[in-house]
Ligand binder design. Structure first.
Ligand SMILES: *Cc1c(COP(=O)(O)O)cnc(C)c1O
Length: 368
């Protein structure tokens, strides 16, 4: 991969992780039982990785330790002011047993961008990748091998300094935990229904919408409940000019009749790595791709006139999900469904699971 060459951090010496084995680790039989039906985000592996940061010491004390509760001072800044960021990335088991992850350099860079916005320290990309490798070295057996299964890796960083004054914390922790994930859609990919949030915004101009930070998710929970009350699976947000932004945790893409793929672009949208990859695969097939404002009117009129032939959402957890319905106060727009979203989904997962050639050099082997 290009990471090492293009990376200004490349002359950093690797960290020396202190490894403490979990003596109460699950037995192989217990683990296999969990991996047979892992669900999402409910079971965690035997170990976790953490690296401390302080103003004086920089990044220090890298560890692999038994998974377990974190002890925090009640005055820890994150609990009061929400100075927190995270990432989401998966490890995939290939047919030959090897374990790979997908474009980790992109997640490392995005974590750095999120850190800048939340006034947290930037973790060098090689440390980010090493943290994933160390966790897989300890917990590689937790990467499931069933169809569409993966080990979901959750890197996160938060302000742990005990201080109630409002300023960027002087002490920060970076962790990676891992959770086995089953197939997101049982019995095949199902189109989702989307509720249009008119009363609530997810992000504003100049806000934190482009950062992967817990606060954006906190702000999306009430509108998400409104979606459930209206029998919808997900919520879509607009900006102040009634342009489409994204769902609570997935980007949105419109497929036009002439084959062009259009996705909203603004500095309050989280730049998804799944979206970027799907659009690249579409370009490889000869599709035109545009990142620009998409108004709600353009969406609704495009569907009505037949100019928009498919709408889908994408993100690491669900990969690609066709949108079957847009519902708002007083309207109910069935969405056209085509085959492109599912073809691109198949193509992407074939690369991730090692079933198709990795032409773009997106995979990084984690277990070697
Ligand atoms: C993580 C996330 C996405 C999807 O990003 P991927 O890199 O594709 O997983 C989209 N929107 C929001 C708000 C997110 O937090």
């Amino acid at each position: 991969m290009t990471l090492i060459d293009s990376n200004p951090d490349s002359d950093l010496a690797p960290l020396e992780f202190a490894v403490t084995r979990n003596l109460a680790a699950k037995s192989p039989a217990q683990r296999e039982e969990i991996l047979a039906a892992p669900g999402f985000g409910v079971h965690f592996t035997d170990h976790m990785v953490d690296i401390c940061w302080s103003v004086r010491g920089g990044w220090h004390r890298p560890r692999v330790s038994p998974y377990g509760p974190i002890s925090l001072d009640p005055a820890a800044a994150v609990l009061h002011y929400g100075q927190e960021i995270f990432e989401g990335i998966k490890a995939y088991r290939h047919a030959d047993g090897s374990v790979h992850t997908f474009r980790p350099d992109q997640n490392a860079r995005r974590l750095q961008r999120s850190a800048r916005r939340l006034a947290l320290p930037e973790l060098p990309a090689p440390y980010f990748i090493q943290a994933l490798t160390e966790l897989i070295a300890a917990d590689g057996a937790w990467v499931p091998s069933g169809e569409d299964q993966s080990l979901y890796l959750r890197p996160f960083m938060f302000a742990k300094e005990a201080f109630l004054g409002v300023r960027p914390a002087h002490k920060v922790a970076f962790y990676v935990i891992a959770s086995p994930a089953g197939a997101y859609f049982k019995g095949g990919v199902q189109p989702v229904s989307i509720w249009l949030s008119e009363d609530y915004a997810r992000a504003g101009k100049g806000g934190t919408g482009a950062a992967k930070t817990g606060g954006n998710y906190a702000a999306s929970l009430l509108p998400q409940s409104e979606a459930y009350e209206n029998e919808c699976d997900q919520v879509v947000f607009l900006d102040a000019d009634r342009n489409v932004e994204e769902l609570g945790g997935m980007n949105i893409v419109f497929v036009h009749k002439d084959g062009t793929l259009v996705t909203p672009q603004s500095d309050s949208i989280l730049e998804g790595i799944t979206r970027d990859s799907i659009l690249q695969l579409a370009v490889d097939r000869g599709h035109k791709v545009e990142g620009r404002d998409v108004s709600l009117t353009e969406w609704r009129e495009g569907v009505a006139s037949g100019d928009i032939v498919e709408v889908f959402a994408c993100g690491t957890a669900a990969v690609v999900t066709p949108i079957g319905l847009l519902k708002g106060r007083g309207f109910f727009d069935e969405q056209p469904t085509g085959t492109l979203a599912l073809e691109l989904r198949q193509e992407l997962t074939d690369i991730q699971y090692g079933r198709a050639e990795d032409k773009h050099g997106w995979l990084l082997r984690l277990d070697a």
